[in-house]
Design a binder for this molecule. Structure first.
Ligand SMILES: *Cc1c(COP(=O)(O)O)cnc(C)c1O
Length: 399
């Protein structure tokens, strides 16, 4: 008799984006004349950078000839991409070994697959508001989850509580959904906590490229000693517009080890290599050439021009909210503005107000956890014209 994983019964049905889509469709049907501006879903809109396209076209051409055709590649990625990522880290002041870098089809996969390396008895510590992937992938394993709360008081950057014992800690900085980013001092405290508890930090740096200020670290490995307690997950999705192209990377330090329940000790870099070579067959060569181009200095420059466009959208949004006297977070090192709903409205109440009165779509903060109630996430990934028009509508509105 086949038994299924009963933990799946404990997953909460996620109605967030289907609920939003349903309400938007109803509004559109009732008001065909209204131009709806979507600032909800966290997806990029600008096309890939020219050098990325050129590199992928060249790779396609290589695949057309017997002499340069490639079949299976190394599961953990090609060395040319490891090297480009290593150099990118070095330009931001962090040294990583190429053997610490693993290429994948994205940070969401790595985030879920990483649960393979850890025993199910681990206590998981998650931020709230939270990227829902961290929650659901651990519920699927039946693990005990503790939450630490992001609040206006801590600027949505929860810090370690020495009385809480956790084994695996998820940090996301710059944060989705709040846009908040940890300083070097704050990350140093987290590394201290992880070491004191023999814990491991899973650090999601998917938005690192939005950081423009040297005082905010791009990587947890900017903290001395972090290689003894942290794994970093990163992605080309937001950095280089690869949400549809699919490529990410995870850095697992060579010296990172932890005990087994049986009392032995295993090396996490070796475990991840074994896991990936067993269950994954690598990212397409063509995509890895595109990713390499995005990491080289010219590609980084072109990608930063794309991010500058999104950053300007965020500035336009923040200027409007300043004028209105609204409270908001994020928007600086992040494509997300985390807006406190005006007049004490609840998330869905304000969502409905914006949709029905101004034809603007956001994401209700309540969909990201208990602490998200009363907030709305707006993204800067849209067009300049759309962003400007949405902000004009908000400025003219009486609320
Ligand atoms: C978008 C995003 C990612 C990237 O996921 P991919 O699978 O690489 O597209 C990772 N983490 C967070 C928090 C994100 O918002």
């Amino acid at each position: 008799m086949a038994l299924v994983n009963g933990n799946y019964a404990n997953l909460k049905e996620s109605y967030l984006f289907s609920d939003i889509a349903k309400r938007v469709a109803e509004f559109a049907a009732a008001h065909p004349d209204k131009k709806i501006i979507k600032m909800g879903i966290g997806d990029v809109t600008l096309p890939l950078a020219p050098t990325v396209i050129a590199a992928m076209q060249k790779a396609v051409e290589e695949m057309a000839h017997k002499e340069t055709f490639r079949g299976y590649g190394p599961e953990q990625g090609y060395d040319f991409l490891h090297k480009a990522i290593q150099d990118y880290y070095a330009r931001h002041g962090v040294q990583v070994d190429t053997k610490e870098i693993f290429i994948s089809d994205g940070a969401k996969s790595d985030c879920g697959n990483m649960t393979d390396l850890f025993d199910d008895s681990n206590v998981i510590l998650l931020p709230d508001p939270v990227y829902p992937v961290y929650v659901d992938t651990n519920i699927m394993r039946g693990r005990k989850i503790l939450f630490m709360y992001g609040t206006p008081e801590n600027h949505f950057l929860p810090m370690p509580d020495p009385s809480v014992k956790a084994d695996i800690i998820y940090l996301c900085s710059p944060n989705n959904p709040t846009g908040a980013a940890y300083s070097l001092e704050q990350l140093t405290e987290w590394v201290k906590y992880a070491k004191a508890n023999d814990a491991v930090i899973l650090y999601d740096a998917a938005y690192e490229a939005f950081i423009t200020d040297d005082s905010v670290p791009h990587s947890i490995f900017a903290v001395p000693g972090a290689k003894d307690c942290a794994i970093e997950m990163c992605s080309f999705s937001k950095t280089a517009g690869f949400t549809g192209t699919r490529c990410g990377y995870t850095v697992v330090p060579l010296g990172l080890t932890r005990r087994t329940p049986e009392g032995g000790e295993l090396n996490l870099n070796k475990m991840w290599l074994r896991r990936q070579t067993t269950k994954f067959n690598g990212v397409p060569y063509i995509v890895q050439r595109g990713a390499e181009a995005a990491m080289l200095p010219q590609g980084e420059k072109e990608c930063q021009e794309m991010l500058a466009y999104y950053r300007e959208n965020a500035r336009i949004m923040m200027r409007t909210f300043d004028k209105k006297g609204y409270t908001y977070y994020g928007g600086v090192y992040s494509p997300y503005v985390w807006l406190k709903c005006p007049n004490g409205m609840k998330s869905w109440e304000y969502f409905d107000y914006l949709l029905n009165k101004l034809a603007i779509v956001g994401t209700p903060g309540a969909g990201f956890g208990r602490m998200g109630e009363g907030y709305l996430r707006l993204t800067a990934f849209g067009s300049r014209e759309g962003t400007q028009e949405a902000m004009e509508r908000i400025e003219k509105d009486t609320l």
